[in-house]
Design a binder for this molecule. Structure first.
Ligand code: ADP
Ligand code: F6P
Length: 473
Protein backbone atom coordinates (compact mmCIF):
# COMPACT_ATOMS: atom_id res chain seq x y z
CA UNK A 1 0.00 0.00 0.00
CA UNK A 2 1.41 3.44 -0.92
CA UNK A 3 2.17 5.34 2.28
CA UNK A 4 1.40 8.99 3.09
CA UNK A 5 -0.57 9.60 -0.10
CA UNK A 6 -4.11 10.56 0.91
CA UNK A 7 -5.11 14.17 1.64
CA UNK A 8 -8.40 13.05 3.10
CA UNK A 9 -8.69 10.06 5.44
CA UNK A 10 -11.60 8.87 7.49
CA UNK A 11 -11.43 6.37 10.33
CA UNK A 12 -14.46 4.52 11.65
CA UNK A 13 -14.80 1.24 13.53
CA UNK A 14 -16.29 -0.38 10.45
CA UNK A 15 -15.50 -0.11 6.78
CA UNK A 16 -18.57 0.72 4.64
CA UNK A 17 -18.65 -2.95 3.66
CA UNK A 18 -18.40 -6.09 5.80
CA UNK A 19 -16.75 -9.30 4.70
CA UNK A 20 -19.39 -11.98 5.22
CA UNK A 21 -18.78 -15.73 5.16
CA UNK A 22 -21.93 -17.62 4.20
CA UNK A 23 -22.91 -21.02 5.68
CA UNK A 24 -21.61 -22.80 2.54
CA UNK A 25 -18.17 -21.23 3.06
CA UNK A 26 -18.42 -18.72 0.19
CA UNK A 27 -17.63 -15.09 0.96
CA UNK A 28 -18.96 -11.71 -0.13
CA UNK A 29 -18.83 -8.00 0.79
CA UNK A 30 -22.09 -6.55 2.15
CA UNK A 31 -23.05 -3.02 3.18
CA UNK A 32 -22.25 -2.61 6.88
CA UNK A 33 -25.14 -1.94 9.28
CA UNK A 34 -25.99 1.39 10.89
CA UNK A 35 -26.45 5.10 10.39
CA UNK A 36 -22.76 5.97 10.26
CA UNK A 37 -22.27 3.96 7.09
CA UNK A 38 -25.53 5.22 5.52
CA UNK A 39 -24.37 8.81 5.99
CA UNK A 40 -20.64 8.52 5.34
CA UNK A 41 -20.97 6.21 2.36
CA UNK A 42 -22.82 8.92 0.44
CA UNK A 43 -20.37 11.61 1.56
CA UNK A 44 -17.34 9.56 0.50
CA UNK A 45 -18.71 8.08 -2.73
CA UNK A 46 -16.46 9.00 -5.66
CA UNK A 47 -13.94 10.92 -3.51
CA UNK A 48 -10.25 10.23 -3.75
CA UNK A 49 -9.76 9.37 -0.10
CA UNK A 50 -8.94 6.52 2.28
CA UNK A 51 -11.35 4.86 4.75
CA UNK A 52 -9.64 3.07 7.64
CA UNK A 53 -11.84 0.50 9.44
CA UNK A 54 -12.51 -3.08 10.49
CA UNK A 55 -13.80 -5.50 7.84
CA UNK A 56 -16.32 -7.11 10.22
CA UNK A 57 -14.79 -10.55 10.80
CA UNK A 58 -12.14 -11.53 13.34
CA UNK A 59 -8.66 -12.80 12.63
CA UNK A 60 -8.60 -11.74 8.99
CA UNK A 61 -6.76 -8.94 7.27
CA UNK A 62 -7.93 -8.45 3.72
CA UNK A 63 -5.51 -6.39 1.62
CA UNK A 64 -6.42 -2.71 1.10
CA UNK A 65 -8.52 -2.30 -2.02
CA UNK A 66 -10.04 0.51 -4.03
CA UNK A 67 -13.76 0.91 -4.52
CA UNK A 68 -14.75 3.76 -6.88
CA UNK A 69 -11.74 6.02 -6.02
CA UNK A 70 -12.06 5.24 -2.30
CA UNK A 71 -9.21 3.22 -0.77
CA UNK A 72 -10.55 0.84 1.89
CA UNK A 73 -7.90 0.01 4.48
CA UNK A 74 -8.89 -2.94 6.70
CA UNK A 75 -7.68 -2.83 10.32
CA UNK A 76 -7.31 -6.36 11.74
CA UNK A 77 -9.06 -7.36 14.99
CA UNK A 78 -8.36 -10.69 16.66
CA UNK A 79 -11.27 -12.71 18.04
CA UNK A 80 -10.19 -11.66 21.52
CA UNK A 81 -10.24 -7.99 20.48
CA UNK A 82 -13.71 -8.34 18.96
CA UNK A 83 -14.85 -9.63 22.35
CA UNK A 84 -13.00 -7.09 24.49
CA UNK A 85 -12.68 -3.89 22.41
CA UNK A 86 -15.86 -4.07 20.27
CA UNK A 87 -18.46 -6.13 22.16
CA UNK A 88 -16.97 -5.37 25.58
CA UNK A 89 -15.63 -1.85 26.01
CA UNK A 90 -17.41 -0.18 23.06
CA UNK A 91 -20.79 -1.85 23.37
CA UNK A 92 -21.05 -3.01 26.98
CA UNK A 93 -19.18 -0.18 28.79
CA UNK A 94 -19.46 2.96 26.63
CA UNK A 95 -22.75 2.31 24.81
CA UNK A 96 -24.89 2.00 27.99
CA UNK A 97 -23.19 5.01 29.63
CA UNK A 98 -23.69 7.14 26.51
CA UNK A 99 -27.37 6.07 26.30
CA UNK A 100 -28.64 7.00 29.76
CA UNK A 101 -27.77 3.58 31.31
CA UNK A 102 -30.93 1.99 29.85
CA UNK A 103 -29.12 -1.23 30.77
CA UNK A 104 -26.30 -1.29 33.34
CA UNK A 105 -22.76 -0.76 32.06
CA UNK A 106 -20.06 -3.34 32.70
CA UNK A 107 -16.47 -2.24 33.32
CA UNK A 108 -13.53 -4.61 32.91
CA UNK A 109 -9.92 -3.53 32.98
CA UNK A 110 -9.01 -6.02 30.27
CA UNK A 111 -11.63 -4.46 27.96
CA UNK A 112 -10.24 -0.98 28.60
CA UNK A 113 -6.73 -2.21 27.79
CA UNK A 114 -7.97 -3.73 24.51
CA UNK A 115 -9.72 -0.44 23.65
CA UNK A 116 -6.42 1.43 24.09
CA UNK A 117 -4.55 -1.14 22.02
CA UNK A 118 -7.02 -1.09 19.13
CA UNK A 119 -7.21 2.73 19.17
CA UNK A 120 -3.41 2.77 18.85
CA UNK A 121 -3.64 0.49 15.83
CA UNK A 122 -6.20 2.76 14.16
CA UNK A 123 -4.02 5.81 14.87
CA UNK A 124 -0.99 4.09 13.34
CA UNK A 125 -2.94 3.08 10.27
CA UNK A 126 -4.21 6.66 9.78
CA UNK A 127 -0.67 7.99 10.23
CA UNK A 128 0.49 5.56 7.57
CA UNK A 129 -1.96 6.60 4.85
CA UNK A 130 -2.34 10.36 5.51
CA UNK A 131 -0.32 12.70 3.28
CA UNK A 132 1.63 15.64 4.73
CA UNK A 133 -0.89 18.19 6.05
CA UNK A 134 -3.86 15.88 5.35
CA UNK A 135 -7.28 16.04 6.99
CA UNK A 136 -8.14 13.00 9.10
CA UNK A 137 -11.77 12.66 10.17
CA UNK A 138 -12.27 10.19 13.03
CA UNK A 139 -15.74 8.82 13.83
CA UNK A 140 -17.69 7.72 16.84
CA UNK A 141 -17.28 6.38 20.36
CA UNK A 142 -15.18 3.36 19.43
CA UNK A 143 -12.23 5.62 18.49
CA UNK A 144 -12.10 8.33 21.15
CA UNK A 145 -8.40 7.90 21.91
CA UNK A 146 -7.36 8.15 18.26
CA UNK A 147 -7.21 11.98 18.00
CA UNK A 148 -4.49 12.40 20.66
CA UNK A 149 -2.60 9.26 19.60
CA UNK A 150 -2.58 10.43 16.00
CA UNK A 151 -1.50 13.96 16.92
CA UNK A 152 1.54 12.48 18.63
CA UNK A 153 2.44 10.45 15.55
CA UNK A 154 1.54 13.13 13.00
CA UNK A 155 1.44 16.68 14.37
CA UNK A 156 1.18 17.96 10.77
CA UNK A 157 -2.35 16.65 10.09
CA UNK A 158 -5.66 18.36 10.84
CA UNK A 159 -7.85 16.10 12.98
CA UNK A 160 -11.62 16.11 13.32
CA UNK A 161 -13.85 13.78 15.35
CA UNK A 162 -17.61 13.35 15.09
CA UNK A 163 -19.78 11.51 17.58
CA UNK A 164 -22.73 9.70 16.00
CA UNK A 165 -24.26 8.86 19.36
CA UNK A 166 -25.20 11.09 22.34
CA UNK A 167 -22.51 12.43 24.69
CA UNK A 168 -23.73 11.79 28.24
CA UNK A 169 -24.14 14.21 31.14
CA UNK A 170 -21.03 14.34 33.34
CA UNK A 171 -22.91 12.56 36.16
CA UNK A 172 -23.02 9.44 33.93
CA UNK A 173 -19.79 9.98 32.01
CA UNK A 174 -17.99 10.33 35.35
CA UNK A 175 -18.69 6.64 36.10
CA UNK A 176 -16.20 5.58 33.46
CA UNK A 177 -12.89 4.52 34.99
CA UNK A 178 -11.16 5.83 31.82
CA UNK A 179 -12.98 9.18 31.83
CA UNK A 180 -9.88 11.39 31.89
CA UNK A 181 -8.10 9.37 29.21
CA UNK A 182 -11.14 9.66 26.96
CA UNK A 183 -11.41 13.43 27.36
CA UNK A 184 -7.69 13.82 26.77
CA UNK A 185 -7.90 11.51 23.77
CA UNK A 186 -10.66 13.61 22.21
CA UNK A 187 -8.85 16.87 22.92
CA UNK A 188 -6.15 15.72 20.51
CA UNK A 189 -8.55 16.78 17.73
CA UNK A 190 -8.85 20.29 16.27
CA UNK A 191 -12.63 20.18 16.10
CA UNK A 192 -15.14 17.93 17.87
CA UNK A 193 -18.60 17.55 16.31
CA UNK A 194 -21.70 16.38 18.19
CA UNK A 195 -25.28 15.67 17.16
CA UNK A 196 -27.12 18.04 19.55
CA UNK A 197 -26.06 21.26 21.29
CA UNK A 198 -26.72 19.42 24.59
CA UNK A 199 -24.10 16.77 23.66
CA UNK A 200 -21.45 19.45 23.05
CA UNK A 201 -22.41 21.15 26.33
CA UNK A 202 -22.10 17.83 28.19
CA UNK A 203 -18.60 17.41 26.76
CA UNK A 204 -17.55 20.95 27.71
CA UNK A 205 -18.89 20.47 31.24
CA UNK A 206 -17.00 17.15 31.56
CA UNK A 207 -13.77 18.93 30.54
CA UNK A 208 -14.29 21.57 33.21
CA UNK A 209 -15.28 19.17 35.97
CA UNK A 210 -12.98 16.24 35.31
CA UNK A 211 -9.91 17.92 33.78
CA UNK A 212 -10.22 21.32 35.41
CA UNK A 213 -10.05 22.78 31.89
CA UNK A 214 -11.09 26.37 31.15
CA UNK A 215 -13.74 26.87 28.49
CA UNK A 216 -14.87 30.01 26.74
CA UNK A 217 -18.07 29.65 24.73
CA UNK A 218 -17.61 26.39 22.83
CA UNK A 219 -13.79 26.39 22.98
CA UNK A 220 -11.70 24.39 25.49
CA UNK A 221 -8.19 25.42 26.51
CA UNK A 222 -6.38 22.08 26.52
CA UNK A 223 -4.69 21.77 29.93
CA UNK A 224 -0.87 21.89 29.96
CA UNK A 225 -0.67 22.93 26.29
CA UNK A 226 -1.19 26.09 24.28
CA UNK A 227 -3.86 24.38 22.14
CA UNK A 228 -7.56 25.18 21.94
CA UNK A 229 -10.29 22.86 20.70
CA UNK A 230 -13.80 23.73 19.60
CA UNK A 231 -16.76 21.45 20.44
CA UNK A 232 -20.05 22.19 18.68
CA UNK A 233 -23.15 20.53 17.31
CA UNK A 234 -23.44 19.66 13.61
CA UNK A 235 -26.49 17.35 13.26
CA UNK A 236 -26.01 14.57 10.71
CA UNK A 237 -28.44 13.81 7.90
CA UNK A 238 -29.11 11.65 4.83
CA UNK A 239 -28.59 11.84 1.08
CA UNK A 240 -32.10 13.25 0.68
CA UNK A 241 -31.88 13.88 -3.09
CA UNK A 242 -30.61 10.39 -3.93
CA UNK A 243 -33.10 8.65 -1.67
CA UNK A 244 -36.04 10.73 -2.90
CA UNK A 245 -35.20 9.87 -6.50
CA UNK A 246 -35.07 6.19 -5.61
CA UNK A 247 -38.38 6.36 -3.71
CA UNK A 248 -40.14 8.11 -6.61
CA UNK A 249 -38.89 5.59 -9.18
CA UNK A 250 -41.56 3.41 -10.76
CA UNK A 251 -40.15 0.05 -9.54
CA UNK A 252 -40.11 1.29 -5.93
CA UNK A 253 -43.63 2.77 -6.19
CA UNK A 254 -44.86 -0.48 -7.72
CA UNK A 255 -43.17 -2.52 -4.99
CA UNK A 256 -44.82 -0.30 -2.33
CA UNK A 257 -48.27 -1.09 -3.81
CA UNK A 258 -47.36 -4.76 -3.84
CA UNK A 259 -46.26 -4.66 -0.19
CA UNK A 260 -49.63 -3.18 0.82
CA UNK A 261 -51.40 -5.89 -1.11
CA UNK A 262 -49.29 -8.60 0.49
CA UNK A 263 -50.22 -7.16 3.87
CA UNK A 264 -53.90 -7.58 2.97
CA UNK A 265 -54.58 -3.96 1.95
CA UNK A 266 -55.20 -2.74 5.51
CA UNK A 267 -56.46 0.80 6.08
CA UNK A 268 -53.36 1.66 8.13
CA UNK A 269 -49.83 0.30 7.86
CA UNK A 270 -47.57 1.14 10.81
CA UNK A 271 -43.83 0.70 10.35
CA UNK A 272 -40.80 0.40 12.65
CA UNK A 273 -37.22 0.14 11.30
CA UNK A 274 -34.38 -0.30 13.76
CA UNK A 275 -31.25 -2.19 14.57
CA UNK A 276 -32.40 -4.64 17.22
CA UNK A 277 -31.06 -2.44 20.03
CA UNK A 278 -32.52 -1.76 23.48
CA UNK A 279 -32.05 1.98 22.92
CA UNK A 280 -34.66 1.97 20.14
CA UNK A 281 -37.75 1.53 22.36
CA UNK A 282 -39.06 -1.45 20.39
CA UNK A 283 -40.54 -3.08 23.51
CA UNK A 284 -42.37 0.15 24.44
CA UNK A 285 -43.70 0.42 20.89
CA UNK A 286 -44.98 -3.17 20.88
CA UNK A 287 -46.59 -2.69 24.27
CA UNK A 288 -48.41 0.44 23.12
CA UNK A 289 -49.58 -1.34 19.94
CA UNK A 290 -50.75 -4.41 21.86
CA UNK A 291 -52.71 -2.28 24.33
CA UNK A 292 -54.39 -0.32 21.52
CA UNK A 293 -55.57 -3.66 20.08
CA UNK A 294 -56.62 -4.93 23.52
CA UNK A 295 -58.53 -1.71 24.26
CA UNK A 296 -60.31 -1.95 20.91
CA UNK A 297 -58.98 1.46 19.82
CA UNK A 298 -57.31 -0.33 16.91
CA UNK A 299 -58.63 -3.38 15.09
CA UNK A 300 -56.43 -6.06 13.55
CA UNK A 301 -58.95 -6.14 10.67
CA UNK A 302 -57.74 -2.82 9.33
CA UNK A 303 -54.34 -2.12 10.86
CA UNK A 304 -50.99 -3.92 10.86
CA UNK A 305 -47.48 -3.26 12.06
CA UNK A 306 -44.35 -4.09 10.07
CA UNK A 307 -41.29 -4.22 12.32
CA UNK A 308 -37.92 -4.44 10.57
CA UNK A 309 -35.29 -5.30 13.18
CA UNK A 310 -31.83 -5.72 11.76
CA UNK A 311 -29.54 -8.11 13.64
CA UNK A 312 -27.05 -6.28 15.86
CA UNK A 313 -24.28 -7.19 18.36
CA UNK A 314 -25.76 -10.61 18.84
CA UNK A 315 -23.12 -11.93 21.24
CA UNK A 316 -23.75 -9.15 23.81
CA UNK A 317 -26.10 -10.43 26.53
CA UNK A 318 -28.45 -7.41 26.63
CA UNK A 319 -28.99 -7.73 22.87
CA UNK A 320 -29.73 -11.45 23.15
CA UNK A 321 -32.29 -10.82 25.86
CA UNK A 322 -33.91 -8.06 23.84
CA UNK A 323 -34.24 -10.33 20.83
CA UNK A 324 -35.92 -13.03 22.91
CA UNK A 325 -38.34 -10.56 24.48
CA UNK A 326 -39.24 -8.91 21.17
CA UNK A 327 -39.77 -12.23 19.40
CA UNK A 328 -41.89 -13.55 22.28
CA UNK A 329 -44.07 -10.42 22.27
CA UNK A 330 -44.50 -10.50 18.48
CA UNK A 331 -45.56 -14.14 18.76
CA UNK A 332 -48.07 -13.43 21.49
CA UNK A 333 -49.61 -10.39 19.72
CA UNK A 334 -49.96 -12.42 16.54
CA UNK A 335 -51.42 -15.36 18.46
CA UNK A 336 -54.00 -13.13 20.10
CA UNK A 337 -55.01 -10.83 17.23
CA UNK A 338 -53.94 -11.95 13.73
CA UNK A 339 -56.86 -12.69 11.42
CA UNK A 340 -56.60 -15.93 9.45
CA UNK A 341 -54.39 -15.35 6.42
CA UNK A 342 -52.49 -12.29 7.72
CA UNK A 343 -50.19 -11.43 10.58
CA UNK A 344 -50.89 -8.34 12.66
CA UNK A 345 -47.18 -7.86 13.31
CA UNK A 346 -44.89 -8.70 10.41
CA UNK A 347 -41.47 -9.14 11.99
CA UNK A 348 -38.43 -9.06 9.68
CA UNK A 349 -35.12 -9.86 11.36
CA UNK A 350 -32.74 -9.32 8.45
CA UNK A 351 -31.17 -6.74 6.16
CA UNK A 352 -32.79 -5.46 2.98
CA UNK A 353 -31.53 -3.64 -0.10
CA UNK A 354 -32.08 0.16 -0.24
CA UNK A 355 -34.87 -0.28 -2.81
CA UNK A 356 -36.88 -2.49 -0.46
CA UNK A 357 -36.37 -0.10 2.47
CA UNK A 358 -37.56 2.80 0.30
CA UNK A 359 -40.64 0.80 -0.77
CA UNK A 360 -41.48 0.07 2.87
CA UNK A 361 -41.28 3.78 3.70
CA UNK A 362 -43.52 4.61 0.74
CA UNK A 363 -46.00 1.94 1.81
CA UNK A 364 -46.27 2.99 5.47
CA UNK A 365 -48.99 5.38 6.68
CA UNK A 366 -47.39 5.89 10.07
CA UNK A 367 -43.70 5.56 10.97
CA UNK A 368 -42.96 4.72 14.60
CA UNK A 369 -39.58 6.03 15.79
CA UNK A 370 -39.64 5.59 19.57
CA UNK A 371 -36.07 5.36 20.96
CA UNK A 372 -35.39 5.86 24.65
CA UNK A 373 -32.21 7.64 23.53
CA UNK A 374 -30.70 8.02 20.05
CA UNK A 375 -27.90 10.25 18.78
CA UNK A 376 -29.88 11.27 15.67
CA UNK A 377 -32.04 8.52 14.06
CA UNK A 378 -31.71 8.60 10.31
CA UNK A 379 -34.72 6.33 9.83
CA UNK A 380 -36.99 9.27 10.75
CA UNK A 381 -35.34 11.41 8.06
CA UNK A 382 -35.53 8.58 5.51
CA UNK A 383 -39.25 8.10 6.04
CA UNK A 384 -40.21 11.75 5.56
CA UNK A 385 -38.01 11.90 2.47
CA UNK A 386 -39.55 8.82 0.82
CA UNK A 387 -43.20 9.10 1.73
CA UNK A 388 -45.45 11.28 -0.37
CA UNK A 389 -48.85 12.51 0.74
CA UNK A 390 -50.56 12.10 4.09
CA UNK A 391 -48.10 10.04 6.13
CA UNK A 392 -47.22 10.64 9.77
CA UNK A 393 -44.06 10.37 11.85
CA UNK A 394 -44.36 9.46 15.53
CA UNK A 395 -41.04 10.59 16.98
CA UNK A 396 -39.45 10.20 20.39
CA UNK A 397 -38.34 13.38 22.12
CA UNK A 398 -35.16 11.52 23.04
CA UNK A 399 -33.73 11.40 19.52
CA UNK A 400 -31.39 13.97 18.01
CA UNK A 401 -33.85 14.17 15.10
CA UNK A 402 -36.51 15.63 17.43
CA UNK A 403 -34.48 18.86 17.52
CA UNK A 404 -35.11 19.32 13.80
CA UNK A 405 -38.26 17.43 12.81
CA UNK A 406 -40.62 19.66 14.75
CA UNK A 407 -43.74 18.76 12.74
CA UNK A 408 -43.66 15.14 13.88
CA UNK A 409 -46.08 13.67 16.42
CA UNK A 410 -43.74 13.97 19.41
CA UNK A 411 -43.83 11.42 22.17
CA UNK A 412 -42.17 10.33 25.40
CA UNK A 413 -41.95 6.55 24.89
CA UNK A 414 -41.63 5.90 28.64
CA UNK A 415 -45.20 7.14 28.96
CA UNK A 416 -47.11 4.26 27.37
CA UNK A 417 -50.43 6.12 27.65
CA UNK A 418 -48.91 9.12 25.89
CA UNK A 419 -47.34 6.91 23.22
CA UNK A 420 -50.71 5.24 22.53
CA UNK A 421 -52.29 8.67 22.16
CA UNK A 422 -49.51 9.85 19.80
CA UNK A 423 -50.11 6.77 17.60
CA UNK A 424 -53.86 7.43 17.57
CA UNK A 425 -53.29 11.13 16.77
CA UNK A 426 -51.00 10.13 13.89
CA UNK A 427 -53.68 7.80 12.51
CA UNK A 428 -56.68 10.07 13.09
CA UNK A 429 -55.39 13.54 12.17
CA UNK A 430 -57.14 14.66 8.97
CA UNK A 431 -55.29 13.86 5.75
CA UNK A 432 -54.80 17.46 4.77
CA UNK A 433 -53.04 18.31 8.03
CA UNK A 434 -50.88 15.17 7.83
CA UNK A 435 -49.86 16.01 4.26
CA UNK A 436 -48.98 19.56 5.36
CA UNK A 437 -46.78 18.31 8.20
CA UNK A 438 -45.07 15.74 5.99
CA UNK A 439 -44.24 18.37 3.39
CA UNK A 440 -42.68 20.62 6.03
CA UNK A 441 -40.63 17.68 7.35
CA UNK A 442 -39.50 16.66 3.88
CA UNK A 443 -38.38 20.22 3.09
CA UNK A 444 -36.48 20.41 6.38
CA UNK A 445 -34.47 17.29 5.53
CA UNK A 446 -33.97 18.30 1.88
CA UNK A 447 -32.45 21.63 2.98
CA UNK A 448 -30.31 20.02 5.67
CA UNK A 449 -29.05 16.94 3.86
CA UNK A 450 -25.86 14.96 4.45
CA UNK A 451 -23.89 16.92 1.85
CA UNK A 452 -24.75 20.14 3.75
CA UNK A 453 -23.72 18.41 7.01
CA UNK A 454 -20.34 17.32 5.63
CA UNK A 455 -19.62 20.78 4.17
CA UNK A 456 -20.55 22.45 7.45
CA UNK A 457 -18.44 20.00 9.45
CA UNK A 458 -15.36 20.31 7.23
CA UNK A 459 -15.62 24.11 7.12
CA UNK A 460 -15.68 24.13 10.94
CA UNK A 461 -12.68 21.80 11.00
CA UNK A 462 -10.73 24.05 8.63
CA UNK A 463 -11.61 27.13 10.69
CA UNK A 464 -10.90 25.51 14.06
CA UNK A 465 -8.46 27.37 16.32
CA UNK A 466 -5.00 25.85 16.41
CA UNK A 467 -3.14 27.97 18.91
CA UNK A 468 -4.33 30.97 20.93
CA UNK A 469 -4.22 34.19 18.94
CA UNK A 470 -1.08 36.14 19.90
CA UNK A 471 -1.96 38.82 22.43
CA UNK A 472 -1.76 42.27 20.93
CA UNK A 473 0.89 44.49 22.47
P1 ADP B 1 -28.30 3.39 13.98
O1 ADP B 1 -27.14 4.14 13.44
O2 ADP B 1 -28.36 3.41 15.46
O3 ADP B 1 -28.40 2.00 13.45
P2 ADP B 1 -30.10 5.11 12.35
O4 ADP B 1 -31.58 5.19 12.35
O5 ADP B 1 -29.41 6.42 12.46
O6 ADP B 1 -29.67 4.11 13.53
O7 ADP B 1 -29.58 4.44 11.02
C1 ADP B 1 -29.98 3.16 10.63
C2 ADP B 1 -29.68 2.97 9.15
O8 ADP B 1 -29.72 1.57 8.86
C3 ADP B 1 -30.70 3.62 8.25
O9 ADP B 1 -30.05 4.11 7.11
C4 ADP B 1 -31.65 2.46 7.89
O10 ADP B 1 -32.29 2.61 6.64
C5 ADP B 1 -30.69 1.31 7.86
N1 ADP B 1 -31.36 0.04 8.18
C6 ADP B 1 -31.97 -0.28 9.34
N2 ADP B 1 -32.45 -1.54 9.30
C7 ADP B 1 -32.15 -2.02 8.09
C8 ADP B 1 -32.37 -3.28 7.43
N3 ADP B 1 -32.98 -4.29 8.04
N4 ADP B 1 -31.89 -3.43 6.18
C9 ADP B 1 -31.24 -2.42 5.57
N5 ADP B 1 -31.00 -1.22 6.12
C10 ADP B 1 -31.44 -1.02 7.38
O1 F6P C 1 -23.73 5.35 15.49
C1 F6P C 1 -24.14 4.18 16.07
C2 F6P C 1 -23.39 2.93 15.65
O2 F6P C 1 -22.69 2.33 16.64
C3 F6P C 1 -22.40 3.18 14.55
O3 F6P C 1 -21.09 3.20 14.97
C4 F6P C 1 -22.67 2.05 13.63
O4 F6P C 1 -22.89 2.56 12.36
C5 F6P C 1 -24.00 1.45 14.03
O5 F6P C 1 -24.32 1.99 15.24
C6 F6P C 1 -23.98 -0.05 13.93
O6 F6P C 1 -23.36 -0.67 15.00
P1 F6P C 1 -22.28 -1.81 14.85
O7 F6P C 1 -21.18 -1.25 14.03
O8 F6P C 1 -21.88 -2.10 16.25
O9 F6P C 1 -22.96 -2.96 14.17
Amino acid sequence: MPSRTYDFVIAANRLPVDRVVRDDGTEEWQTSPGGLVTAMESVMRGRSAAWVGWAGIPDETPEPFTDDELLLVPVPLSLDEVTSYYEGYSNDSLWPIYHDVIVPATFRRSWAAAYEQVNERFAQQCAEVAAEGATVWVHDYQLQLVPALLRELRPDVRIGWFNHIPFPPVELFGQLPMRREILTGLLGADFLGFQRPADAENFLRACRRLLGARTKGDVVDVPHTDRRVRAASVPISIDAGGLRELAMSEPVQERAREIREQLGNPRTVLLGVDRLDYTKGIRHRLKAFEELLRDGRLSADDVCLVQVASPSRERVEAYRELREQVERTVGSVNGAYSPIGHTTVTYLHRSFPREEMAALYVAADVMLVTPLRDGMNLVAKEYVTCHDGPGALVLSEFTGAAGQLRQAFMTNPHDIGGLKQAIMDAIETPEKERARRMKALRNQVAKNDVQHWAETYLAALRAAPEKPAPTES
